[in-house]
Design a protein around this ligand. Sequence first.
Ligand SMILES: Nc1ncnc2c1ncn2[C@@H]1O[C@H](COP(=O)(O)OP(=O)(O)OP(=O)(O)O)[C@@H](O)[C@H]1O
Ligand code: SF4
Ligand SMILES: [Mg+2]
Length: 374
Amino acid sequence: MTQSQNISPDQGLEAKDQAAAAAATAAGSEPSQDKEVLLSLKGLCKYFPIKSGLLNHKTSYLKAVDNLTLDIHKGECFGLVGESGCGKTTLGKMIAGLYKPTAGEILYNGTNLGALTRNERRKYSRDIQMIFQDPYSSLNPRMTVEEIISEPMVVNKTHHGAEIGKRVEYLLECVGLAKTYKSRYPHEFSGGQRQRIGIARALAVSPRLIVCDEAVSALDVSIQAQILNLLDDLKSEFGLTYLFIAHGLAAVKHISDRIGVMYLGSLVEVAPKEAIYDNPLHPYTQSLISAIPIIDPSKRKDRILLKGDLPSPIDPPAGCRFNSRCFVEDCPHKQEQQILVPMGKHLIACKHVSDGGCTKEAAAAAAASARASA
Ligand SMILES: Nc1ncnc2c1ncn2[C@@H]1O[C@H](COP(=O)(O)OP(=O)(O)OP(=O)(O)O)[C@@H](O)[C@H]1O
Ligand code: SF4
Ligand SMILES: [Mg+2]
Protein backbone atom coordinates (compact mmCIF):
# COMPACT_ATOMS: atom_id res chain seq x y z
CA MET A 1 0.00 0.00 0.00
CA THR A 2 1.33 3.43 -0.92
CA GLN A 3 1.68 6.32 1.48
CA SER A 4 -1.12 8.18 -0.26
CA GLN A 5 -3.45 5.22 0.20
CA ASN A 6 -2.67 5.17 3.91
CA ILE A 7 -3.82 8.73 4.31
CA SER A 8 -6.56 8.76 1.71
CA PRO A 9 -8.24 12.16 1.40
CA ASP A 10 -11.51 10.48 0.46
CA GLN A 11 -11.87 8.68 3.79
CA GLY A 12 -15.36 9.14 5.11
CA LEU A 13 -16.90 10.28 1.83
CA GLU A 14 -19.87 8.23 0.73
CA ALA A 15 -20.38 7.03 -2.87
CA LYS A 16 -23.06 9.68 -3.49
CA ASP A 17 -20.66 12.35 -2.27
CA GLN A 18 -17.97 11.08 -4.64
CA ALA A 19 -20.49 11.29 -7.48
CA ALA A 20 -21.38 14.84 -6.47
CA ALA A 21 -17.67 15.69 -6.38
CA ALA A 22 -17.29 14.31 -9.91
CA ALA A 23 -20.26 16.41 -11.02
CA ALA A 24 -18.66 19.40 -9.35
CA THR A 25 -15.48 18.84 -11.34
CA ALA A 26 -17.50 18.93 -14.52
CA ALA A 27 -19.36 22.00 -13.31
CA GLY A 28 -15.98 23.62 -12.65
CA SER A 29 -16.25 24.54 -16.29
CA GLU A 30 -19.01 27.07 -15.48
CA PRO A 31 -19.67 29.56 -16.89
CA SER A 32 -17.36 28.92 -19.83
CA GLN A 33 -18.17 25.28 -20.57
CA ASP A 34 -17.13 25.82 -24.16
CA LYS A 35 -13.58 26.59 -23.05
CA GLU A 36 -10.87 23.96 -23.24
CA VAL A 37 -9.40 22.74 -19.95
CA LEU A 38 -5.65 23.37 -19.74
CA LEU A 39 -5.03 22.13 -16.22
CA SER A 40 -7.13 19.69 -14.26
CA LEU A 41 -6.42 19.01 -10.58
CA LYS A 42 -8.06 15.91 -9.19
CA GLY A 43 -8.16 15.19 -5.45
CA LEU A 44 -4.81 16.91 -5.02
CA CYS A 45 -3.11 16.61 -1.60
CA LYS A 46 0.15 17.74 -0.07
CA TYR A 47 0.77 16.43 3.43
CA PHE A 48 4.03 17.48 5.09
CA PRO A 49 5.26 14.93 7.64
CA ILE A 50 5.69 16.19 11.21
CA LYS A 51 8.64 14.49 12.88
CA SER A 52 9.38 14.38 16.57
CA GLY A 53 11.13 12.37 19.28
CA LEU A 54 14.73 11.20 19.55
CA LEU A 55 14.47 9.01 16.44
CA ASN A 56 12.77 11.74 14.43
CA HIS A 57 9.80 9.51 13.62
CA LYS A 58 6.84 10.79 11.60
CA THR A 59 4.13 11.41 14.16
CA SER A 60 1.51 13.19 12.10
CA TYR A 61 0.94 15.17 8.91
CA LEU A 62 0.38 18.84 8.19
CA LYS A 63 -2.33 18.82 5.54
CA ALA A 64 -1.35 21.92 3.54
CA VAL A 65 -3.54 20.97 0.55
CA ASP A 66 -6.26 18.40 1.06
CA ASN A 67 -8.37 16.78 -1.66
CA LEU A 68 -8.50 19.79 -3.98
CA THR A 69 -10.27 19.44 -7.32
CA LEU A 70 -10.32 22.19 -9.95
CA ASP A 71 -10.23 22.82 -13.71
CA ILE A 72 -8.38 25.83 -15.15
CA HIS A 73 -9.33 26.83 -18.70
CA LYS A 74 -7.05 27.83 -21.54
CA GLY A 75 -6.64 31.61 -21.66
CA GLU A 76 -8.36 32.44 -18.37
CA CYS A 77 -7.01 34.14 -15.28
CA PHE A 78 -8.07 32.10 -12.28
CA GLY A 79 -7.79 34.08 -9.03
CA LEU A 80 -7.08 32.05 -5.89
CA VAL A 81 -7.62 33.71 -2.52
CA GLY A 82 -7.48 32.66 1.11
CA GLU A 83 -5.92 33.48 4.46
CA SER A 84 -2.23 33.13 5.19
CA GLY A 85 -1.33 29.46 5.68
CA CYS A 86 -4.35 28.01 3.82
CA GLY A 87 -2.10 26.30 1.24
CA LYS A 88 -2.06 28.63 -1.79
CA THR A 89 1.71 28.60 -2.36
CA THR A 90 1.89 24.83 -1.74
CA LEU A 91 -0.74 24.34 -4.45
CA GLY A 92 1.13 26.66 -6.83
CA LYS A 93 4.40 24.83 -6.20
CA MET A 94 2.81 21.44 -6.90
CA ILE A 95 1.46 22.77 -10.22
CA ALA A 96 4.87 24.22 -11.12
CA GLY A 97 6.56 20.88 -10.28
CA LEU A 98 8.44 22.22 -7.24
CA TYR A 99 6.56 19.90 -4.81
CA LYS A 100 5.48 16.33 -5.45
CA PRO A 101 1.83 15.75 -4.52
CA THR A 102 1.13 13.27 -1.71
CA ALA A 103 -1.96 12.10 -3.56
CA GLY A 104 -4.14 13.09 -6.49
CA GLU A 105 -3.44 13.99 -10.10
CA ILE A 106 -2.32 17.04 -12.07
CA LEU A 107 -3.46 16.68 -15.67
CA TYR A 108 -1.89 19.18 -18.06
CA ASN A 109 -3.57 19.14 -21.47
CA GLY A 110 -4.84 15.69 -20.49
CA THR A 111 -1.39 14.30 -19.54
CA ASN A 112 -0.96 13.11 -15.95
CA LEU A 113 2.26 14.90 -14.92
CA GLY A 114 2.72 12.60 -11.90
CA ALA A 115 3.03 9.54 -14.13
CA LEU A 116 5.94 10.96 -16.17
CA THR A 117 9.64 10.22 -15.73
CA ARG A 118 11.91 13.14 -14.84
CA ASN A 119 13.00 13.49 -18.49
CA GLU A 120 9.44 13.40 -19.79
CA ARG A 121 8.38 15.94 -17.17
CA ARG A 122 11.10 18.40 -18.32
CA LYS A 123 9.24 18.93 -21.60
CA TYR A 124 6.17 20.06 -19.65
CA SER A 125 8.01 22.06 -16.99
CA ARG A 126 8.79 24.72 -19.62
CA ASP A 127 5.08 25.22 -20.15
CA ILE A 128 4.37 26.03 -16.50
CA GLN A 129 6.37 28.86 -14.89
CA MET A 130 6.03 30.67 -11.58
CA ILE A 131 6.41 34.32 -10.57
CA PHE A 132 7.18 34.73 -6.88
CA GLN A 133 5.96 37.22 -4.30
CA ASP A 134 9.21 38.83 -3.28
CA PRO A 135 11.04 40.54 -6.16
CA TYR A 136 13.96 41.17 -3.80
CA SER A 137 14.82 37.59 -2.85
CA SER A 138 13.64 35.80 -6.00
CA LEU A 139 16.49 37.20 -8.17
CA ASN A 140 20.08 36.05 -7.64
CA PRO A 141 22.00 39.21 -6.60
CA ARG A 142 25.25 37.89 -8.15
CA MET A 143 23.80 37.48 -11.64
CA THR A 144 23.29 40.21 -14.23
CA VAL A 145 19.80 40.72 -15.67
CA GLU A 146 20.98 39.02 -18.88
CA GLU A 147 22.18 35.95 -16.96
CA ILE A 148 18.95 35.80 -14.93
CA ILE A 149 16.67 35.91 -17.99
CA SER A 150 18.95 33.60 -20.04
CA GLU A 151 19.15 30.89 -17.38
CA PRO A 152 15.83 29.12 -18.13
CA MET A 153 16.65 29.14 -21.88
CA VAL A 154 20.07 27.56 -21.21
CA VAL A 155 18.74 25.00 -18.71
CA ASN A 156 15.83 24.00 -20.95
CA LYS A 157 17.95 24.22 -24.14
CA THR A 158 15.23 26.24 -25.87
CA HIS A 159 17.57 28.82 -27.44
CA HIS A 160 21.25 28.79 -28.37
CA GLY A 161 24.19 31.16 -28.97
CA ALA A 162 23.40 34.67 -30.18
CA GLU A 163 19.62 34.11 -30.22
CA ILE A 164 19.67 34.04 -26.39
CA GLY A 165 21.04 37.61 -26.19
CA LYS A 166 18.50 38.81 -28.77
CA ARG A 167 15.65 37.19 -26.85
CA VAL A 168 16.78 38.78 -23.58
CA GLU A 169 16.58 42.22 -25.25
CA TYR A 170 13.17 41.39 -26.73
CA LEU A 171 11.82 40.21 -23.36
CA LEU A 172 13.12 43.32 -21.58
CA GLU A 173 11.23 45.45 -24.10
CA CYS A 174 8.09 43.31 -23.62
CA VAL A 175 8.10 44.03 -19.87
CA GLY A 176 8.78 47.75 -20.37
CA LEU A 177 12.50 47.88 -19.52
CA ALA A 178 15.33 49.27 -21.67
CA LYS A 179 17.49 46.60 -23.30
CA THR A 180 20.58 48.44 -22.03
CA TYR A 181 19.60 47.28 -18.51
CA LYS A 182 20.73 43.74 -19.31
CA SER A 183 24.24 44.24 -17.90
CA ARG A 184 22.99 45.58 -14.55
CA TYR A 185 22.51 43.68 -11.28
CA PRO A 186 19.19 43.30 -9.35
CA HIS A 187 20.19 45.75 -6.57
CA GLU A 188 20.28 48.54 -9.18
CA PHE A 189 16.48 48.32 -9.70
CA SER A 190 13.32 49.35 -7.84
CA GLY A 191 10.84 46.69 -6.59
CA GLY A 192 8.52 47.17 -9.57
CA GLN A 193 11.42 46.93 -12.03
CA ARG A 194 12.65 43.74 -10.32
CA GLN A 195 9.22 42.19 -10.63
CA ARG A 196 9.33 43.06 -14.35
CA ILE A 197 12.66 41.18 -14.58
CA GLY A 198 11.01 38.21 -12.79
CA ILE A 199 8.18 38.30 -15.34
CA ALA A 200 10.69 38.43 -18.25
CA ARG A 201 12.45 35.39 -16.76
CA ALA A 202 9.14 33.50 -16.50
CA LEU A 203 8.35 34.36 -20.16
CA ALA A 204 11.79 33.30 -21.44
CA VAL A 205 10.84 29.72 -22.34
CA SER A 206 7.42 30.62 -23.83
CA PRO A 207 5.23 29.15 -21.08
CA ARG A 208 1.50 28.57 -21.48
CA LEU A 209 0.54 28.71 -17.80
CA ILE A 210 2.03 31.09 -15.23
CA VAL A 211 1.46 30.71 -11.50
CA CYS A 212 1.65 34.28 -10.11
CA ASP A 213 2.13 33.80 -6.37
CA GLU A 214 1.29 37.13 -4.71
CA ALA A 215 3.15 38.72 -7.63
CA VAL A 216 2.21 42.28 -6.69
CA SER A 217 1.72 42.06 -2.91
CA ALA A 218 5.17 43.40 -2.03
CA LEU A 219 4.83 46.47 -4.29
CA ASP A 220 3.46 49.98 -3.72
CA VAL A 221 -0.19 50.40 -4.76
CA SER A 222 0.66 52.55 -7.81
CA ILE A 223 3.28 50.02 -8.98
CA GLN A 224 0.83 47.14 -8.34
CA ALA A 225 -1.52 48.66 -10.93
CA GLN A 226 1.31 48.93 -13.48
CA ILE A 227 2.35 45.29 -13.01
CA LEU A 228 -1.27 44.07 -13.15
CA ASN A 229 -1.76 45.97 -16.42
CA LEU A 230 1.48 44.51 -17.76
CA LEU A 231 0.40 40.96 -16.83
CA ASP A 232 -2.97 41.56 -18.49
CA ASP A 233 -1.32 42.83 -21.71
CA LEU A 234 1.15 39.92 -21.80
CA LYS A 235 -1.71 37.45 -21.30
CA SER A 236 -3.40 38.68 -24.49
CA GLU A 237 -0.15 39.04 -26.43
CA PHE A 238 1.23 35.56 -25.66
CA GLY A 239 -2.04 33.65 -25.15
CA LEU A 240 -1.18 32.90 -21.52
CA THR A 241 -3.24 31.32 -18.76
CA TYR A 242 -2.75 32.54 -15.17
CA LEU A 243 -3.29 31.10 -11.74
CA PHE A 244 -3.21 34.37 -9.80
CA ILE A 245 -2.72 33.88 -6.06
CA ALA A 246 -3.53 36.61 -3.51
CA HIS A 247 -4.61 36.98 0.13
CA GLY A 248 -7.79 38.94 -0.38
CA LEU A 249 -10.58 39.31 -2.89
CA ALA A 250 -9.82 43.00 -3.54
CA ALA A 251 -6.43 42.11 -5.08
CA VAL A 252 -7.80 39.68 -7.70
CA LYS A 253 -10.90 41.66 -8.69
CA HIS A 254 -9.59 43.33 -11.83
CA ILE A 255 -7.44 40.61 -13.34
CA SER A 256 -9.48 37.41 -12.71
CA ASP A 257 -12.12 35.74 -14.87
CA ARG A 258 -13.07 33.17 -12.22
CA ILE A 259 -12.17 33.05 -8.54
CA GLY A 260 -11.57 30.19 -6.12
CA VAL A 261 -11.78 30.73 -2.36
CA MET A 262 -9.52 28.43 -0.35
CA TYR A 263 -9.85 27.57 3.33
CA LEU A 264 -7.57 25.23 5.27
CA GLY A 265 -6.24 23.31 2.26
CA SER A 266 -9.46 23.00 0.24
CA LEU A 267 -11.65 25.12 -2.01
CA VAL A 268 -14.90 26.27 -0.42
CA GLU A 269 -16.30 28.23 -3.38
CA VAL A 270 -15.50 28.65 -7.08
CA ALA A 271 -17.43 31.03 -9.35
CA PRO A 272 -17.10 33.62 -12.11
CA LYS A 273 -15.77 36.92 -10.77
CA GLU A 274 -19.09 38.77 -10.91
CA ALA A 275 -20.92 35.95 -9.11
CA ILE A 276 -18.36 35.95 -6.28
CA TYR A 277 -18.50 39.72 -5.76
CA ASP A 278 -22.23 40.25 -6.29
CA ASN A 279 -23.59 37.09 -4.73
CA PRO A 280 -21.08 35.28 -2.47
CA LEU A 281 -22.67 32.07 -1.21
CA HIS A 282 -20.29 30.33 1.21
CA PRO A 283 -20.23 31.92 4.70
CA TYR A 284 -16.44 32.28 4.43
CA THR A 285 -16.67 34.07 1.06
CA GLN A 286 -19.40 36.30 2.51
CA SER A 287 -17.07 37.33 5.32
CA LEU A 288 -14.19 38.00 2.87
CA ILE A 289 -16.45 40.15 0.68
CA SER A 290 -17.67 42.08 3.73
CA ALA A 291 -14.02 42.86 4.58
CA ILE A 292 -13.34 44.70 1.27
CA PRO A 293 -13.13 48.44 2.02
CA ILE A 294 -15.79 50.52 0.20
CA ILE A 295 -15.10 54.24 -0.23
CA ASP A 296 -18.71 55.32 -0.97
CA PRO A 297 -20.38 55.61 2.52
CA SER A 298 -23.85 55.02 1.04
CA LYS A 299 -22.76 51.57 -0.21
CA ARG A 300 -20.87 50.50 2.91
CA LYS A 301 -21.90 47.13 4.36
CA ASP A 302 -21.43 45.69 7.82
CA ARG A 303 -18.33 43.61 8.18
CA ILE A 304 -18.81 39.96 9.20
CA LEU A 305 -16.20 39.21 11.84
CA LEU A 306 -14.93 35.63 11.95
CA LYS A 307 -14.40 33.91 15.27
CA GLY A 308 -10.81 33.00 16.17
CA ASP A 309 -7.84 32.22 13.93
CA LEU A 310 -7.35 29.74 11.10
CA PRO A 311 -7.25 26.29 12.81
CA SER A 312 -4.05 24.24 12.55
CA PRO A 313 -3.76 22.18 9.35
CA ILE A 314 -2.17 19.46 11.53
CA ASP A 315 -5.45 18.93 13.34
CA PRO A 316 -8.24 20.46 11.22
CA PRO A 317 -11.80 20.50 12.62
CA ALA A 318 -13.76 17.30 12.01
CA GLY A 319 -16.70 17.53 9.62
CA CYS A 320 -17.06 20.95 7.97
CA ARG A 321 -13.62 22.56 8.16
CA PHE A 322 -15.11 26.01 8.57
CA ASN A 323 -17.42 25.01 11.45
CA SER A 324 -15.27 26.49 14.22
CA ARG A 325 -15.52 29.98 12.68
CA CYS A 326 -18.85 29.90 10.88
CA PHE A 327 -21.43 32.53 11.85
CA VAL A 328 -24.32 30.10 11.24
CA GLU A 329 -24.92 28.93 14.80
CA ASP A 330 -27.64 26.35 14.11
CA CYS A 331 -26.18 24.61 11.03
CA PRO A 332 -27.22 20.92 11.08
CA HIS A 333 -24.26 19.93 8.86
CA LYS A 334 -21.35 21.10 11.05
CA GLN A 335 -20.14 17.54 11.66
CA GLU A 336 -20.36 16.49 7.99
CA GLN A 337 -17.41 16.62 5.62
CA GLN A 338 -18.21 19.22 2.93
CA ILE A 339 -17.42 18.85 -0.76
CA LEU A 340 -17.83 21.23 -3.71
CA VAL A 341 -21.23 20.84 -5.37
CA PRO A 342 -22.73 22.93 -8.17
CA MET A 343 -25.22 25.66 -7.27
CA GLY A 344 -26.14 27.94 -10.19
CA LYS A 345 -22.93 29.49 -11.47
CA HIS A 346 -21.12 28.55 -8.25
CA LEU A 347 -19.49 25.50 -6.79
CA ILE A 348 -19.75 25.55 -3.02
CA ALA A 349 -18.69 23.29 -0.16
CA CYS A 350 -21.50 24.11 2.28
CA LYS A 351 -24.48 21.77 2.49
CA HIS A 352 -26.44 24.31 4.53
CA VAL A 353 -26.29 26.85 1.68
CA SER A 354 -26.81 24.31 -1.12
CA ASP A 355 -29.89 23.05 0.79
CA GLY A 356 -31.18 26.65 0.92
CA GLY A 357 -30.63 27.02 4.68
CA CYS A 358 -28.23 29.97 4.84
CA THR A 359 -29.38 33.15 3.18
CA LYS A 360 -28.00 36.65 2.71
CA GLU A 361 -30.35 37.71 5.53
CA ALA A 362 -28.55 35.28 7.89
CA ALA A 363 -25.24 36.85 6.90
CA ALA A 364 -26.65 40.35 7.48
CA ALA A 365 -27.94 39.25 10.92
CA ALA A 366 -24.49 37.82 11.76
CA ALA A 367 -22.86 41.08 10.71
CA ALA A 368 -25.29 43.06 12.88
CA SER A 369 -24.67 40.81 15.89
CA ALA A 370 -20.88 41.02 15.36
CA ARG A 371 -21.21 44.82 15.32
CA ALA A 372 -23.36 44.82 18.45
CA SER A 373 -20.89 42.69 20.40
CA ALA A 374 -17.84 44.67 19.21
N1 LIG B 1 8.09 22.82 3.12
C1 LIG B 1 7.18 22.79 4.11
N2 LIG B 1 7.30 21.93 5.16
C2 LIG B 1 6.38 21.88 6.14
N3 LIG B 1 5.26 22.66 6.18
C3 LIG B 1 5.09 23.53 5.17
C4 LIG B 1 6.03 23.65 4.09
N4 LIG B 1 5.58 24.61 3.22
C5 LIG B 1 4.42 25.07 3.75
N5 LIG B 1 4.13 24.42 4.91
C6 LIG B 1 2.93 24.63 5.75
O1 LIG B 1 1.81 24.41 4.90
C7 LIG B 1 0.75 25.33 5.21
C8 LIG B 1 0.40 26.09 3.95
O2 LIG B 1 1.51 26.92 3.60
P1 LIG B 1 1.49 27.85 2.31
O3 LIG B 1 2.79 28.53 2.21
O4 LIG B 1 1.07 27.03 1.14
O5 LIG B 1 0.32 28.88 2.68
P2 LIG B 1 -0.14 30.19 1.90
O6 LIG B 1 -1.62 30.09 1.75
O7 LIG B 1 0.67 30.38 0.67
O8 LIG B 1 0.19 31.33 2.97
P3 LIG B 1 0.66 32.85 2.70
O9 LIG B 1 -0.59 33.58 2.27
O10 LIG B 1 1.14 33.31 4.04
O11 LIG B 1 1.73 32.85 1.67
C9 LIG B 1 1.29 26.23 6.33
O12 LIG B 1 0.79 25.73 7.55
C10 LIG B 1 2.79 26.06 6.24
O13 LIG B 1 3.37 26.22 7.52
S1 SF4 C 1 -21.80 23.53 6.43
FE1 SF4 C 1 -22.61 24.71 8.16
S2 SF4 C 1 -20.80 25.12 9.46
FE2 SF4 C 1 -20.06 24.55 7.41
S3 SF4 C 1 -19.80 26.48 6.31
FE3 SF4 C 1 -21.83 25.71 5.83
S4 SF4 C 1 -23.17 26.72 7.34
FE4 SF4 C 1 -21.10 26.91 8.11
MG1 LIG D 1 1.99 31.88 0.02
